[in-house]
Design a protein around this ligand. Structure first.
Ligand code: MG
Length: 313
């Protein structure tokens, strides 16, 4: 048998309650959102991005983030061993609110091209780094962990193909700033496994595998193969959204993140441990899917739902 050097474990970073729900038209009620998040945590997911401290008038889906943190604290999740509740936090105002919420881990967000970043957060890449430098410094002083997303690493809806060298340079700058991990995003789902490996090859000499995460979208059906390529190449953290929720408001036509269920099914089947119990995960996703009133993008969840009686929630 061919020797395929695969890792024994992969860390899944669950972005459904933030990246997923933020890009769904229907906002979830506080109760549904809490039930969904608690379900995700009960399934064994350890890193869950549960909210975003952003402008509520622009992103009403995230308006309950402060309450979410307070409730999860009351219910004992904030201090649970091994669990980290993350929030997207794009600027210093966001950080003020993160501190108010007792949030211990934040994510900042930029893009690999100026046009995408400008349209998305109203700054070019260089300006965004200046803001993050201040956010990261203050966060670290308050012992808050920081990770960074870099969007459109393989292709931009406005600027087309992205040069791997510019992504590597940007990732290096973020790490030098004190960010613990950079999540490389295929935000519009254009990459193929070969391009994923090409970029990782460029990244490798400068950046260790734990400092990198893969964040793949399934717009053209390549999210799962791209995850596999990344794992086969040494990436040990993958971002995913339960149910395959979300998309990207700023990338027209983009469909959701790779579905956590599909990823867990594939990895566990290959003998790569994720620590996630699939049935429990599906039960959690069902809460979100039913509240949104839509068919899930996750293939595994579709199959699971066909076999399991709907809950009465
Ligand atoms: Mg995403």
């Amino acid at each position: 048998m061919m020797n395929w050097p695969l890792p024994s474990t992969v860390r899944l970073f669950e972005v459904g309650p933030r990246d997923g729900l933020q890009n769904e038209k229907v906002p979830l009620s506080l109760e549904s959102k809490l039930a969904y998040i608690e379900g995700l945590l009960a399934s064994g997911l350890k890193d869950v991005e549960v909210g975003a401290f952003v402008r509520e008038d622009k992103i009403p889906q995230m308006a309950s983030s402060l309450q979410i943190f307070k409730e999860l604290e009351k219910r004992g999740w904030s201090k649970k061993r091994g669990v980290t509740l993350w929030a997207l936090c794009p600027n210093e105002r966001g950080l003020d609110r993160a501190l108010e919420a007792d949030c211990r881990a934040i994510a900042v967000f930029t893009g690999a091209t100026d046009t995408f970043t400008q349209k998305n957060i109203g700054m070019n890449v260089k300006e965004s780094l200046q803001v993050f430098e201040r956010v990261t410094e203050r966060a670290r002083k308050n012992k808050i962990r920081v990770r960074a997303y870099v969007s459109v690493c393989w292709g931009c809806p406005y600027e087309g193909k992205v040069k791997p060298a510019s992504v590597v340079k940007l990732a290096r700058k973020l790490l030098d700033m004190g960010v613990e991990q950079v999540s490389l995003g295929d935000t519009i789902g254009v990459a193929n496994p070969r391009e994923v490996v090409d970029l990782l090859l460029r990244v490798k000499p400068e950046i260790t595998r734990d400092q990198i995460a893969g964040h793949f979208h399934d717009t053209r059906g390549t999210a799962l193969p791209n995850c596999l390529a990344a794992v086969g190449f040494g990436v040990r953290t993958l971002d995913s959204a339960s149910g395959g929720l979300g998309g990207c408001n700023y990338a027209p036509g983009a469909s959701g993140n790779v579905a956590t269920e599909d990823l867990v099914y594939m990895l566990e089947g290959m003998g790569i441990r994720t620590g996630v119990k699939l049935d429990k995960l599906c039960e959690a996703s069902r809460i979100a899917i039913q509240s949104l009133g839509r068919i899930p993008a996750s293939k595994y969840l579709q199959a699971w739902l066909a076999k399991n009686i709907p809950s009465v929630a």
